[in-house]
Design a protein around this ligand. Structure first.
Ligand SMILES: [Cu+2]
Length: 132
């Protein structure tokens, strides 16, 4: 099981020089019983990868239960694509005091990313895969 998990993570993990166009997304780290960054501001269709850097298991669970990562072990990761605008509050089911927010804006509110080439992604969105 552990080997499978590692294999899965390696399969998703970016290469030394990740291609932003091929693997757009944001990363939220879970460390010291906190999610960071929060609030995370993204656009509709963006993908967020949550990575547990703690020695304790954590979950990424929407307050309204619209999404749920289930327990993530140390170094465990879970990816979710936000397809609708809104403010998504989430917490850790194992430690309910852990709370954070993802703010998803619609295409109409799209920032520079919508009007520039994919290569400019990391310049306008520092919290990308390349920041790992
Ligand atoms: Cu937790």
């Amino acid at each position: 099981m552990y080997a499978l998990l590692v294999a899965a993570i390696l399969a998703i993990a970016p290469a030394a020089s990740p291609s932003p166009a091929a693997m757009p997304g944001f990363v939220v780290h879970i460390k010291d019983f906190k999610y960071a960054p929060t609030p995370l501001k993204i656009h509709v269709g963006d993908t967020v990868r949550f990575i547990n850097d703690d020695d304790e298991p954590h979950t990424v669970t929407a307050t309204d239960k619209s999404f749920d990562s289930e327990a993530l072990d140390t170094s465990g990761a879970w990816t979710h694509t936000f397809t609708k605008p809104g403010t998504y509050s989430y917490f850790c089911e194992l430690h309910p005091y852990m709370k954070a927010t993802v703010i998803v804006t619609g295409d109409d509110a799209g920032g520079p990313r919508r009007s520039v080439g994919a290569g400019a992604w990391s310049a306008t969105h520092p919290a990308t895969w390349g920041a790992l």
